[in-house]
Design a protein around this ligand. Structure first.
Ligand code: SF4
Length: 344
């Protein structure tokens, strides 16, 4: 376990034998001030310094590759973890604010046919600290460039967040803590491809984070063609669970729809989607496909028509901005999906 796996409550427990007032000082130093060598701080008592030295060096993943978009506003960063596994994380700049897109697993087990990450299969879950450290990495860049703080987070990078529920929620507990990183839960979005037990658990726990559900198909057959996990959790069960979530939490759901030419972009499919979501507090995000080497589909040119039909049915609809698309090339849906939700 690394330091970054510890919630503030867990840190209190670990440091119970030490001078307790320094727990908050340490937390603030690491998460608010970007301290990288807390064991050397003179304002910490010797027992705390000694305890910090017993930890592995506070491990910050190394950026082994950074790709800026042509407009310079989006950076896709490849991070190397302690076991040499590599994950992507994305920093996106908007006027007056920055959003980060985080990975939650190395690879992904969900196998969405159009996604390069899914095409590559699953390697392992990320620990909470490995999710948190992506945020620290982005914060360090912003601090270095005098660009302020991260404002929004989307969990739409490599992996299915609800397949790694406990680590994701522990990480978000750390990230949203007001005494440290302090990104408010309403500024954090969890995106799932439809892991029904995870959605139900979020509802039952009244999880404060935004929920985005990737649909891509409005019938079981059409959805299962694109999203194999639909065979495990069929569309009807998914929609029932979404209704349950909305009722239990009194919150809306963001539904994502990757628009693929001649696959799921017809007038009939737009109408089927609006019928499917009738009565649901929903915001629909349309995402033109980000082409990947392992899938033949092409981005739809009918996004505006599709949007018009959904709007006429009374749904708020957004089409993703095509910014940062150049850095997404060849890496799955990472930057493409992130940019869409962050803009909504
Ligand atoms: S789209 Fe998301 S859930 Fe689907 S395979 Fe890719 S990373 Fe996994």
């Amino acid at each position: 376990m690394s330091f970054f796996d510890l919630t503030l409550a867990a840190l209190h427990q670990q440091m119970a034998p030490l001078h307790v007032s320094h727990v908050h000082t340490l937390w603030r130093a690491i998460y608010r001030e970007g301290e990288r060598q807390p064991a050397d701080r003179q304002d910490f008592l010797p027992p705390l310094q000694k305890w910090l030295r017993t930890l592995d060096p506070l491990f910050f993943p190394e950026a082994v590759h950074t790709i800026p978009s042509h407009d310079g506003l989006t950076h896709k960063i490849l991070l190397q973890l302690a076991d040499s596994a590599q994950i992507e994380t994305v920093l996106m700049g908007y006027p007056g604010r920055h959003t980060a897109c985080l990975s939650t697993q190395v690879g992904c087990a969900m196998g969405c046919v159009f996604c390069a990450t899914g095409q590559g299969g699953f390697t392992r879950h990320l620990a909470a600290g490995e999710i948190v450290s992506q945020v620290l990495h982005h914060q360090a860049i912003l601090r270095q460039n005098g660009q302020g703080h991260l404002r929004n987070l989307v969990l739409m990078g490599m992996g299915e967040p609800l397949h790694n529920y406990a680590a994701v929620m522990a990480a978000l507990d750390i990230i949203s803590d007001t005494r440290g990183i302090n990104i408010g839960p309403r500024r954090i979005s969890i995106s799932t491809v439809g892991v029904v037990p995870g959605i139900r658990r979020m509802a039952e726990e009244n999880s404060p984070y935004n929920l985005a559900v990737s649909l891509h198909g409005a019938t079981q057959a059409e959805r299962a063609r694109l999203v194999p996990v639909a065979k495990k959790w069929p569309l009807e069960e998914l929609i029932d669970t979404c209704h349950f979530y909305c009722k239990k939490t009194a919150r809306k759901i963001f539904f994502e729809w990757t628009l693929i030419e001649n696959e799921n972009d017809t007038t009939e499919q737009a109408r089927a989607l609006s019928d499917l979501l009738v009565g649901m507090p929903a915001h629909i995000n349309l995402i033109p496909l980000n082409p990947t080497a392992g899938y033949n589909g092409a981005p739809s040119l009918r996004a505006v028509k599709f949007k018009t039909i959904l709007r006429a049915a009374g749904f708020p609809v957004t089409i993703r901005q095509r910014r940062g698309i150049d850095v997404a090339a060849g890496c799955g849906q990472l930057a493409a999906n992130c940019g869409q939700l962050a803009a909504s």
